[in-house]
Design a protein around this ligand. Structure first.
Ligand SMILES: NC(=O)c1ccc[n+]([C@@H]2O[C@H](COP(=O)([O-])OP(=O)(O)OC[C@H]3O[C@@H](n4cnc5c(N)ncnc54)[C@H](OP(=O)(O)O)[C@@H]3O)[C@@H](O)[C@H]2O)c1
Length: 261
């Protein structure tokens, strides 16, 4: 894949962890004048840090930051953000548009699957992790209908396999991945290429939460051991691999590609 084309890049959860690194490493590849980077998250100061790092490398890029709470976001929020960044320009001013659906939360890992039944909590969790991603994706597809698109979903082994204490996470990630597989099936790969990328186990706040809050002592201990022995991957390592996967482009649209593959 040629990332040197004039590109529109939008990354959710770009304030920290894998999303920040995705935004920074992908932005570094965007060599064409007129490329644009849109960073979303809830922390203004952290998004500004991501933006500054990007601009230090590539001062010619247009970089926009947007604060948006995904627990309540709907299509009109995403439509507004996309419209504002385009400022009336035709999407064809870009040669490719990329969206990285990265933002995500783990859910309450202190709970067993048998205890998860509060529909208010479930609705909020599913809104952050599934409904918002679908709403953004629909607006993204509509806005960039006329140009080639790359749609990336941050997936996980937990979308394919059950893990104790992760009933929220496994179910939402399985649903989210299936949505992106259907999208890939329906859209021509030449126009919309879809990748479900599972990054491995990464040293971020999310894995720290598993380590400190999971009711499953085996899982908590495994994460602790990986973190302490420094065998847990860094965001840099997994995003480097992700960029290599894109450049080699051996996957089919909709595939689940794992760091460990
Ligand atoms: N870490 C791993 O080992 C691992 C493994 C497999 C898959 N993944 C996936 O990779 C993605 C990133 O994970 P990570 O480990 O980098 O997580 P992280 O460090 O916890 O970062 C999560 C990001 O999502 C944003 N976010 C969380 N809740 C939000 C909300 N309600 N509204 C808006 N933004 C919200 C956060 O931004 P703010 O807090 O600034 O809003 C942050 O930028 C997730 O989809 C995760 O499922 C991670």
């Amino acid at each position: 894949m040629n990332l040197e084309q004039r590109t529109y890049l939008l990354v959710t959860g770009a304030s920290r962890g894998i999303g920040r690194e995705m935004a920074q490493q992908l932005a570094r590849q965007l060599k064409a004048a007129g490329s644009m980077v849109v960073l979303m998250g809830r922390s203004e100061s952290l998004l500004q840090e991501t933006k500054s790092t990007i601009l230090a490398d590539r001062p010619e890029l247009a970089v926009h930051t947007y604060l948006l709470e995904l627990a309540t976001a709907d299509s009109s929020d995403f439509a507004r953000i996309l419209d504002e960044t385009l400022q009336g320009k035709d999407c064809k001013e870009f040669e490719r548009a990329i969206v990285v659906h990265n933002a995500g939360t783990l859910g309450d890992t202190s709970k067993h699957a048998r205890e998860i039944g509060d529909t208010k909590v479930l609705e909020q969790y599913y809104h952050i992790n599934l409904f918002s991603a679908l709403a953004l994706n629909a607006e993204f597809m509509r806005t960039f209908a006329g140009i080639p698109k790359l749609v990336v979903n941050l997936s996980t082994l937990a979308a394919l396999e059950p893990f104790p204490s992760m009933a929220y996470y496994c179910t939402v990630k399985a649903a989210r991945e299936m949505y992106f597989r259907v999208l890939a099936l329906e859209e021509s790969a030449g126009k919309t290429l879809v990748l479900n990328y599972a990054p491995g186990v990464i040293d971020t706040q999310m894995t720290l939460q598993v380590q400190t809050e999971s009711h499953d002592p085996g899982l908590a201990a495994a994460f602790k051991e990986q973190r302490e022995s420094k065998t847990m991957l860094t965001p840099q390592q997994t995003v480097l691999k992700f960029v290599q996967v894109l450049q080699a482009k051996k996957f089919k649209s909709g595939d689940h590609v794992d760091y460990r593959d």
